[in-house]
Design a protein around this ligand. Structure first.
Ligand code: SF4
Length: 330
């Protein structure tokens, strides 16, 4: 009973599972994302057929994951719906060291727990150590860097460039970067050796963006994405577009075309409502049907513009854990 896009959409729409702790211990790794909307929730990865899913661990989830032969089976309403195997994360996700430089942020996006968590700001040495540890855990295929904005976007870019240079001296691996852009960040990161860039639009609905991301600029993100495509080329620039902030499907479809026309690969990311943000943000995780419908449209839009989501080497597009990824899942 291998996973397919429909089953994955169902799992992603629920987003969590109740799993035996002994199974997790055996799989040796759980991962606690330290950046972005999923930050702070413990999760695990499951692989089945050509698909991978990340689910957060929740005792009250309608999904239960139990041992089955050499792997696991997911049960819903007392019925087995998919079998697979748990997959260890190297650092945050499988096959990559995905490191958060600054686990704090001066911005205050209403869906994001990072500003509330006030996490640590890692030194270059600490980051090198984390990548080295990831490399010892398994086959490391890529390095990815992300960051909140600890003091200013400019300082964050400079620090990221410093980290990039230190990593480039030690590793011959693709490195992807996802930070808040500045006027010059694309050029600076390219010169430092970045392979791919992700600047998140969060929403392509300007009203939704203004409401959820006060103090940030959607025009700046869009302009920076455009500049990145000029510098890095096609299939090297991506952007998270969150589903579940109150945007309409029409807006999503328009936004998909606008981004693809610019040469940017949109990542439709279901919102993960976070306990630290329940009072501030009315959000709704999208249904399996909506996820599937919009992923199919995203695939078609990418095809129309001659873009490929499966050529990416770093960050979320090759991971696929949180999304229905065109050209990989559908
Ligand atoms: S899809 Fe992205 S955010 Fe989700 S687990 Fe993979 S790398 Fe992390």
């Amino acid at each position: 009973m291998e996973m397919n896009a429909e089953i994955k959409a169902l799992l992603v729409s629920i987003g969590s599972a109740n799993i035996d702790e002994s199974l997790l211990k055996e799989a040796a790794e759980t991962t606690i994302p330290s950046a972005g909307p999923g930050a702070g929730l413990e999760s695990f990865f499951m692989k089945s057929g050509n698909h991978r899913v990340r689910l957060s661990i929740n005792k009250n989830s309608p999904l239960k994951v139990v041992r089955h032969k050499n792997g696991v089976v997911v049960i819903k309403d007392k019925k087995a719906i998919v079998t697979g195997a748990l997959e260890p994360a190297l650092s945050h996700c499988p096959e990559q060291a995905y490191i958060t430089i600054s686990g704090r942020c001066i911005h205050n996006c209403k869906f994001c727990p990072v500003p509330k968590l006030q996490g640590d700001v890692k030194s270059v040495d600490k980051i090198l150590q984390l990548v080295e540890e990831a490399e010892q855990r398994g086959e490391l295929r890529a390095i990815a860097l992300t960051s909140g904005v600890a003091e200013s976007a400019d300082k964050e870019t400079k620090k990221t460039v410093k980290v990039m240079r230190a990593l480039k001296e030690r590793y011959d691996l693709p490195i992807g970067v996802s930070i808040y852009p500045t006027e010059t960040s694309s050029q600076e990161l390219y010169e430092a050796g970045a392979t791919e860039i992700k600047y998140n639009v969060e929403s392509m609905d300007p009203e939704v963006f203004k409401h959820f991301c006060p103090g940030m600029s959607l025009p700046l993100v869009l302009k920076s994405l455009e500049k990145s495509v000029e510098i890095f080329g096609d299939n090297r620039v991506a952007s998270n577009f969150i589903l579940g902030l109150g945007e309409s499907d029409e807006c999503v479809i328009r936004g998909l075309s606008q981004l693809a026309e610019m040469g940017v690969i949109p990542i439709l990311r279901p919102i993960s409502p976070h306990p630290l943000r329940t009072k501030e943000a009315k959000v709704q995780r999208p249904s399996a049907e909506r996820l599937l419908k919009l992923a199919k449209i995203a695939r078609k839009v990418l095809d129309d513009y001659g873009l490929r989501a499966d050529l990416a080497e770093t960050m979320c597009l090759p991971c696929t854990g949180c999304d229905i990824t065109p050209h990989r899942d559908i």
